[in-house]
Design a protein around this ligand. Structure first.
Ligand SMILES: C[S@@+](CC[C@H](N)C(=O)[O-])C[C@H]1O[C@@H](n2cnc3c(N)ncnc32)[C@H](O)[C@@H]1O
Length: 211
């Protein structure tokens, strides 16, 4: 499958338009709750890659706590906002405009953070998981935060296709042999900008790549 063709490119335009038409930060300026509620995820001094990081709320949070942050997103407006947020917080982040397919996945990090990256079809998700695993050093930590299938119909964010969602079984099987540090499914009220707002069906998956 050629992921650089067809709906994938349309998707790129759609995200940029969404950000351009938002007054202010579409997903807010505060980090995803998975980070604030699990402060042990932060590894001061360690490197982290924040994938499809949007407007930088998670990247800036981690940089403020001493992590060496690299991030990317394909929407230029989002990346510009991420840079502005970092400047305001007086922290350095290396954030680039790049699509998933163009990113250099051979660079290695201590941690990879993926928050709400469920734009991927099940086919593309396989590639996402392989890419993120490749980008981790042995023993490195993967942090995934997203929606379960129960999210569909709640109307509080995310794609409307259940096939894009994560289940505990799906993630456990995809990362078989990894040391799972947290696997939790739960419902809660989320207020993360206008993009994610209301009762939400969530999943956290944190695991260490085999050393
Ligand atoms: C739901 S937002 C989440 C943003 C951010 N992770 C957060 O939690 O605030 C999904 C992000 O994925 C980005 N995105 C979608 N498809 C992408 C692709 N193929 N390559 C890179 N970024 C992509 C969008 O531009 C958008 O910023």
């Amino acid at each position: 499958m050629d992921f650089n063709q067809g709906w994938w490119l349309l998707g790129a335009g759609m995200w940029e338009e969404r950000y351009q038409s938002a007054a202010g930060y579409l997903f807010g300026r505060e980090p995803a709750q998975v980070l604030t509620e699990n402060p042990w995820l932060v590894m001061p001094g360690a490197s982290v890659l924040c994938v499809a990081d949007g407007e930088g709320r998670n990247a800036v949070h981690l940089a403020r706590r001493g992590m060496r942050v690299t991030a990317f997103d394909m929407a230029p407006t989002a990346v510009a906002r991420a840079r502005a947020l970092a400047a305001e917080a007086n922290v350095a982040i290396d954030t680039q405009v790049a699509s998933w397919s163009d990113w250099d996945w051979s660079r290695r990090y201590d941690m990879v953070l993926a928050v709400y990256v469920q734009f991927a079809t099940p086919e593309f998700r396989i590639r996402q998981f392989v890419d993120m695993a490749t980008a981790l050093k042995p023993g490195g930590r993967l942090v995934l935060h997203g929606y379960t299938p129960e999210q569909v119909g709640l109307g509080s964010g995310g794609p409307s296709n259940r096939a894009h969602m994560y289940t505990a079984d799906l993630l456990s099987e995809a990362f078989l042999g990894w040391t799972v540090e947290r696997l939790a499914t739960y419902e809660r009220d989320v207020q993360e900008g206008r993009g994610h707002s209301g009762r939400s069906a969530l999943i956290d998956f944190v695991a260490r790549k085999p050393a």
